[in-house]
Write a new protein. Structure first.
Length: 278
């Protein structure tokens, strides 16, 4: 405890090994502040009422409708589960993309607050990730009516769904903490991130399943953790592993954990220098 307090008082960045301990301690001490930021994001995004929440569901529903129109009507697809698979893909990918995007700009967008008072800045990306994960949980409600319509009953594999949801959010926060300190110096980074995210949307199996990937390229495709999380979420809902196996799932989760801890280390080490350029 004394070592952690000295780190904060002297402004010395924590080491790679001590980063998780210091960050956890800081967030626990500032837990009320994290809750306030999460509450603020809910009010801003949902406008403080239930209709705001309903409007937030229109994006995945509209995109699902568009892709269903293309794949089912124009191409004669007969897979009745395709709308459900697309919906799940959109929700998982959007959670990752919005977490990464919001974390990238968290220091810039909160520059006025940063200039007024000091508190651990890791509160910003953590609050963003907490809000996005909670929002994802609420958005998953839209798949329930379709599951009822298709008589899909939850199985013991349902645990894959929350695991995929948490892992994609964790990866978005980890990468976002790295890009946040770079964004302060290189303001064009946000545009680069947006471009990469748009490309990732089409490369991560949002509107198609991994089963259509040629076997020669499947191993390469599954190196993309977001593609794996989408397949995990679908498998959790449908009760089918599909093309996944335990090693692929474990490897993807390990990637998220690595980038989260590495991103935390980079953020806590360089954010004090970065905010000087706000």
């Amino acid at each position: 405890m004394e070592e952690e307090e000295s780190v904060l008082k002297l402004g010395t960045p924590p080491s790679l090994l001590s980063t998780p301990i210091v960050m956890s301690s800081n967030l626990y001490k500032q837990r009320s502040l994290v809750k306030n930021f999460v509450s603020r994001d809910f009010k801003v995004n949902y406008h403080g009422h239930f209709l705001g929440y309903l409007w937030s569901l229109l994006e995945p529903l509209a995109l699902t409708g568009i892709f269903v129109l293309v794949f089912i009507i124009l191409r004669g697809q007969t897979d009745t589960l395709l709308p459900l698979k697309i919906m799940i893909g959109i929700l998982i990918f959007n959670s990752f993309a919005k977490t990464l995007s919001n974390c990238t700009t968290c220091l810039i967008q909160n520059s006025s607050l940063i200039k007024q008072v000091y508190f651990p800045r890791e509160v910003f990306p953590t609050a963003i990730a907490a809000f996005r994960f909670t929002s994802l949980c609420l958005s998953m409600i839209i798949i329930v009516p379709y599951m009822i319509y298709e008589n899909i009953m939850p199985t013991k594999m349902i645990f894959l769904l929350p695991l995929a949801m948490a892992s994609c959010t964790l990866l978005g926060q980890g990468l976002g903490m790295i890009t946040a300190v770079i964004q302060v110096r290189i303001r064009d980074l946000k545009q680069v991130i947006d471009l990469l995210v748009r490309a990732g949307f089409f490369l991560s199996g949002v509107f198609f399943g991994a089963e259509i990937i040629p076997e020669n390229y499947l191993d390469i495709y599954l190196l993309n953790p977001i593609a794996v999380y989408i397949e995990m979420a679908r498998g959790g809902v449908l009760g089918d592993w599909g093309v996944l196996d335990s090693w692929v799932v474990f490897r993807s989760i390990l990637i998220s954990i690595f980038f989260f801890f590495f991103g935390s280390f980079i953020f806590m080490r360089y954010e004090r220098k970065a905010v000087k350029y706000i």
